[in-house]
Design a protein around this ligand. Structure first.
Ligand code: TXE
Length: 485
């Protein structure tokens, strides 16, 4: 069993209270680690250590810090199998998914920002008689708070640009999935990253997470998590004028037009619905089908969903593992019950997968992928974020009608549109109130592009230049040219 500790000033250390929290494997329901139940005093220690490292770290050039990012990428790449195994154990996701998505993208996050940083040029604005130079400096010590669905993927998505721009870090992973963040800290220790540049504190959100939000020495908060928690983050940090990046929940639409390549649309809709057991904020949990192909689509869709290989997360053949915890399983099941009360018809799934993989039947938070039909788009199941393997189907007859239905959502993160008419697809996508829309694909990612949402899906964007802007402060220096030159 892992006894995970905080990583502060380059050393691993327990919480000052010595209190710990148990960490479980959702497939076996066994305790696999304990983590520190850190409090305010641990955050104080982390911030002090970050501040003492700030000067030297920000004195490095962008190129020198980009070199660090490449070294980290190489080291993480060496650990791909260990990361995949650990992430799968901690989240219940299939090991093949953890390898292909979580581990691989954690490496690319560092590699991408190293290269992106090197090609970054200083902005200038020439006037007739003066030149303006936009000078970038680090924000300082930044707070990174991340969720349990893509633990290392989302943590490294913030750590890489934060380090590149010369900041020091106090990071807090979800208390439900601490293990790969711990591996990241171990990697930094092995590489000899200067002490205090990266600090990791574990514990409960309302305790150590809240302490990070409140600490005056932390100048920016980059948060990824639920909308309700996002409100707490904003309420706490905004009055302190901290820079805020909020990547929150989603209730994304998959829109299938009659002229779509049907097999391609079905494959895409299944991937968007059930990847990572539907626990990706970009998942397409509301599927809108043009009525003339609705019955044909549903038939093919259900067939594909029923064929999803549910299984032991450690089995290479498994396509869908557990949800994150027994508690989350109960939450998703409450929506299945609600769907039936709201008049929905369950076309497939709706029950637990009694696997017996690990001991007696019923062990493990396994839930079959669930498809609900005949619910109005205004029903709670079709408007609230479920964040599990459950989608609702809706049909439409006109573009205007389906746009109305999609945009009624209080969320606005992502969506996908399936049509053979690319011009129409792009025109339609522009009218969806969200931050990201894919046409005839899903989760196809160019890390230079802006990532984030509107409405209850958050504030701000991550990715490429948007990350560099968030993790730096700008000073415009205007130099009047003297007469002779
Ligand atoms: O979120 P939580 P979870 C969303 C997804 C879902 C949720 C699931 O939509 O709703 O995240 O992740 C810490 N002060 N996204 O349950 O509970 C908590 O300890 C400070 C969207 O983890 O919000 C954890 O580390 N911190 C996203 C982190 O906040 C607090 C992609 C997130 O926890 C806190 C992934 C507090 N008071 C998931 N309370 C996207 N849009 O990209 C909790 N935390």
């Amino acid at each position: 069993m892992h006894s995970v500790e905080n990583f502060i000033a380059g050393s691993f250390t327990p919480a000052q209270s010595k209190q710990t929290i148990n960490n479980f494997n959702p497939a076996t329901e066994q305790i696999i680690a304990t983590i520190p139940r850190s409090q305010k005093e641990d955050v104080e220690h982390a911030v002090t250590s970050a501040h003492s490292a700030q000067k030297e770290w920000s004195k490095l050039t962008l190129e020198q810090r980009a070199d660090w990012l490449d070294k980290i990428a190489d080291a993480l790449e060496e650990k791909t199998e260990e990361i995949a195994h650990t992430e799968s154990m901690d989240t219940g996701k299939p090991i093949a998914l953890a390898r292909r998505v979580d581990a691989a993208r954690s490496v690319s996050n560092f590699r991408f920002f190293a290269a992106f940083g090197r090609q970054h040029t200083q902005q200038t604005f020439q006037m007739d008689d003066a030149i303006n130079i936009v000078h970038r400096t680090p924000v300082g010590t930044v707070g990174l708070i991340t969720p349990w669905n893509l633990p290392l993927y989302l943590l490294t998505w913030k750590v890489a640009p934060a380090l590149l721009m010369g900041n020091t870090i106090v990071a807090k992973p979800s208390e439900i999935t601490p293990l790969t963040a711990n591996m990241l800290a171990q990697t930094f220790a092995e590489l000899g990253l200067p002490q205090g540049v990266f600090n990791l504190v574990h514990g409960l959100g309302p305790e150590v997470g809240q302490a990070i939000l409140e600490h005056p020495g932390i100048k920016a908060i980059s948060f990824t998590g639920g909308t309700d928690t996002g409100r707490i983050v904003a309420r706490t940090a905004a009055p302190m004028f901290k820079k805020l990046s909020l990547e929150l929940g989603g209730k994304n639409a998959t829109v299938v037009f009659a002229d779509a390549d049907l097999d391609n649309a079905v494959d895409g809709a299944v991937r968007a619905a059930f990847t990572n057991s539907g626990q990706v904020c970009l998942c397409g949990s509301r599927i809108f089908i043009e009525s003339e192909i609705a019955e044909h689509f549903k038939q093919k869709f259900i067939e594909k969903v029923r064929a999803i290989q549910l299984g032991d997360p450690m089995d290479e053949e498994t396509e869908m593992g557990t949800v994150i915890s027994p508690e989350h399983l109960l939450k998703v099941e409450s929506y299945i019950d609600l769907a039936q009360k709201e008049g929905g018809v369950i076309l497939t799934g709706g029950t637990r997968e009694m696997t017996g993989y690990y001991g007696p039947e019923g062990i493990g938070a396994y839930l079959r992928p669930t498809v609900v039909d005949k619910l109005p788009h205004t029903s709670r199941c079709a408007t609230e974020e479920i964040f599990g393997p459950m989608v609702t189907l809706h049909s439409f007859t006109t573009e205007h009608e389906v746009l109305e239905m999609i945009n009624q959502s209080e969320y606005g993160l992502a969506g996908s549109v399936w049509t053979s008419n690319l011009e129409r697809g792009q025109q339609f996508a522009q009218q969806i109130e969200s931050g990201i829309v894919w046409v005839n694909t899903w989760l196809h990612r160019d890390l230079r592009t802006p990532f984030g949402g509107v409405k209850n899906s958050g504030v701000g964007r991550e990715g490429g230049q948007w990350s560099l802007d968030f993790f730096s402060e700008l000073t415009n220096i205007c130099v009047k040219e003297t007469r002779e030159n």
